[in-house]
Design a protein around this ligand. Structure first.
Ligand code: HEM
Length: 424
């Protein structure tokens, strides 16, 4: 019964109300126009959603950093939502049309925890993201990227970049990280793809989600029995020092959290970055002329695309003042990463993609105690994935006009559902 109440996916798939998803006509990469207009109210604004709930939106860069640095803005949105002053209908709908549900959070879902509960799990996880493991993964990322691109080339001169490259790359990398055996990868990938793919019904997604949970339970049991060199085994070994030791349920949730947080994000970032570079030929030419620009390019694409476009979200645990505005206890707060990452006080001509822009910290991987744990790995996947793609397929281009590319504006993670491409 406990599992039945869990969010179907860590990231969540629930469509958003139109006022949150509308994007500016013209450039597909620009944030929702309605959200941009909120800047006129200042860095903090309150909007009334169609379901009657209030949502506090943080649009300024400094204010976004301040909120993400302050743990009195709680990440425990799943549990806390039900305990604040929302009507049952609002809770059922999510306080702001977001994937926040009343119910169980899951024992190891540390992305939805506050310190000190969060600190214990985060510390154990960080100790597993070692330089040695990341180096070994980098080699595998390279091999996987080349294999996928060569398979695309062998199959012809057109592909769906999402299905053939952007989704399988992070999925296989997570398999490496968690130590999923080769024979089990197809099953793992198929299920996780179903949970992400909006073409599937809620029922199909729930079934695939339940299958993944079972898969992860079996994996954890296998690693306890026969540990390897992977992260889950590392956690089990490190467990000896953990106090209290990690339970099986925690390990399962940690595995699912890494999958949920590291798969859909990286996949959409890979596909959307490719789309954005193809739509900015001058920038792509600059990158081709100077491949050393790739690290800068990844940071600028992270800023410019800001794919975590409807979050992070927090709940104010007490009355809290940001930029002179008091946000009341219990309020749901949306830190608008796309808006904060285009704050003109911080970047000149922020609406422009400029790969040569001097680097300045963006909020694409969040900030504060929940800052993305997989950011180094994500950077490796983006750097290698994009470099290999544009080197091995020098004539890569869109197969259809850009306006026909289906955008994922209604999902928690902004991106594309598919990206039809051709090459010579
Ligand atoms: C947290 C973005 C890739 C694992 C976050 C957060 C953001 C983010 C914005 C902060 C959430 C919050 O404050 O509530 C991204 C983007 C990625 C990416 C844009 C790809 C381009 C990855 C990868 C992994 C990963 C590859 C793992 C292999 C995590 C985890 C957290 C997290 C575990 C939660 C950390 C915590 O709560 O302490 N990510 N991420 N992410 N990310 Fe990523």
């Amino acid at each position: 019964a406990k599992q039945a109440n869990r969010p179907a996916s860590i990231i969540g798939q629930r469509p958003f109300p139109p006022e949150q998803v509308e994007r500016r006509p013209g450039c597909p990469f620009d944030p929702p126009a309605a959200r941009e207009r909120l800047r006129e109210d200042g860095p903090v604004s309150k909007i009334r959603l169609r379901n009657g709930a209030d949502l506090w939106v943080i649009s300024g860069y400094d204010e976004a950093r301040a909120v993400l640095s302050d743990v009195r803005f709680s990440s425990d949105v799943i549990r806390r939502t039900s305990s604040f002053n929302l009507t049952p209908e609002q809770v059922a709908e999510g306080p702001s049309g977001c994937p926040v549900q009343e119910g169980e959070r899951g024992d190891g879902m540390f992305i939805f925890m506050d310190p000190p509960e969060h600190t214990r799990l985060r510390r154990l996880l960080i100790s597993q993201f070692t330089v040695r493991r990341m180096k070994a993964l980098e080699t595998r990322v390279q091999e996987i990227a080349v294999e996928l691109i060569e398979a695309m080339r062998a199959a012809g001169t057109r592909a769906d970049l999402v299905a053939d490259f952007a989704l399988p790359l992070p999925s296989l990398v997570i398999c490496e990280l968690l130590g999923v055996a080769y024979g089990d990868r197809a099953e793992f990938q198929e299920r996780s793809a179903i949970t992400l793919n909006t073409g599937n019904t809620a029922e199909e997604q729930a079934r695939a989600g339940a299958g993944l949970l079972e898969f992860m339970r079996t994996l954890v049991a296998a690693k306890r029995e026969n540990p390897g060199d992977d992260l889950l085994s590392g956690l089990i070994r490190g467990d000896l020092a953990a106090d209290p030791p990690l339970s099986d349920a925690e390990l399962v949730d940690i595995g699912l959290t890494l999958l949920g947080a590291g798969h859909e994000t990286t996949a959409n970032m890979l596909a959307l970055s490719t789309f954005a570079l193809l739509e900015h030929p001058d920038q792509l030419a600059a990158l081709r002329a100077d491949p050393a620009l790739i690290d800068n390019a990844v940071e600028e694409l992270m800023r410019y695309l800001s794919i975590v476009h409807t979050g992070p979200r927090r709940i104010a645990t007490e009355d809290l003042t940001v930029a002179g505005v008091t946000i009341p206890a219990g309020a749901t707060v949306l830190v608008s990463v796309p808006t904060a990452n285009r704050d003109a006080a911080r970047w000149s001509a922020p609406e422009r993609l400029d790969l040569t822009r001097p680097r300045s910290p963006h909020l694409g991987f969040g900030h504060g105690v929940h800052q993305c744990l997989g950011q180094q790995l994500a950077r490796v996947e983006l750097r290698i994935g994009l470099a290999e793609l544009f080197t091995r397929l020098p004539s890569l281009r869109l197969a259809v006009p850009a306006t026909e590319i289906p955008l994922r504006t209604d999902m928690v993670i902004f991106g594309v559902h598919s990206l039809p491409v051709v090459w010579d």
